[in-house]
Design a protein around this ligand. Structure first.
Ligand code: NAD
Length: 258
């Protein structure tokens, strides 16, 4: 008999980058499994749009504007989540930018932003009965990437290299926080998505040849959907993953298997 999945019942989740793509899909998924979700995004209106979708579907959510590259804002957002929604059981450090910004900006959002979430989140959870942290790395956090035109073009090189460095850094931080907070009841994992159809990758996929090239590198033979990342995030957030910590799970259609 089909049963409603309520494995996140009575949990409060904060998801960064919840205004679109993987973050929005994860907010919808976790809310559908019973969590109350704080949708955090630098684009507050987009976060509110996600809240509206969750509420339309009968779930519970709230929105907050947040720039993850500012550690104080991350700390304040956690405090606001607790004061408005009553707890913080799950934190998904998912916000990120592609390789279009310069080195410092990319590192500030994609690496420091995750560090602030891990640090403030793990400390809060350790003092309040434990919890689960998930961060979004990338296949670019597991290996170097090849691009359709060969090595990264000169004009985009700095941001792309910063992206690789930041996403590898997320894998390392995930291991260290898992070690340091394991006995304090905090599980810490990451997800390494392959090529997923979101606003971030839309410009790449507009180029048919580039899309064919990247699809050709993916053994499953297609690009991924945000819901396919959300499914793994929700699993990691749940007690079904109670013995899983310190890992980065590739969700990439087999991309990293070669
Ligand atoms: N799409 C892919 O193929 C892919 C692959 C691997 C990893 N990722 C990672 O997945 C995560 C989500 O990306 P996506 O594809 O859903 O992209 P997206 O652009 O659809 O969503 C990213 C969200 O993050 C928000 N954001 C950007 N900067 C922020 C900041 N400083 N503070 C708070 N929010 C901010 C944006 O407003 C947006 O809503 C990113 O970390 C990205 O690096 C994506």
């Amino acid at each position: 008999m089909a049963k409603l999945n309520t494995r996140l019942q009575n949990k409060v989740a904060m998801i960064t980058g919840a205004g679109g793509g993987i973050g929005r899909a994860s907010a919808l998924k976790m809310a559908s499994e019973g969590a109350t979700v704080m949708c955090a995004d630098i684009n507050t209106q987009a976060a509110e749009g996600t809240v509206a979708l969750i509420e339309e579907a009968g779930g519970r959510a709230d929105a907050i504007g947040l720039d993850v590259s500012d550690g104080d804002q991350v700390s304040d957002a956690i405090a606001e989540t607790v004061s408005k929604l009553g707890a913080l059981n799950i934190l998904f450090n998912n916000a990120g930018v592609g390789g279009d910004l310069d080195w410092d900006q990319t590192i500030a959002i994609n690496l420091s932003g995750v560090f602030y979430g891990l640090d403030h989140g793990a400390k809060y959870m350790a003092e309040h009965g434990g919890g689960v942290i998930i961060s979004t790395s990338s296949i670019a956090g597991l290996q170097g990437l090849v691009s359709p035109g060969g090595f990264f073009p000169a004009e985009a090189r700095e941001g792309k290299l910063a992206y690789i460095a930041a996403k590898h850094g997320v894998v390392g931080l995930t291991k260290q926080y898992a070690l340091d907070f394991g006995e304090l009841g905090v599980r810490v994992n990451a997800i390494a998505p392959g090529y997923i159809q979101t606003a971030m990758t839309a410009p790449v996929f507009e180029d048919r040849a580039a899309e064919d090239f990247l699809r050709g590198l993916t053994p499953i033979g297609r690009l991924g959907q945000p819901e396919e990342i959300a499914a793994v995030a929700s699993f990691l957030a749940s007690d079904e993953a109670s013995f899983v910590t310190g890992v980065t799970i590739p969700v990439d259609g087999g991309y990293s298997a070669r």
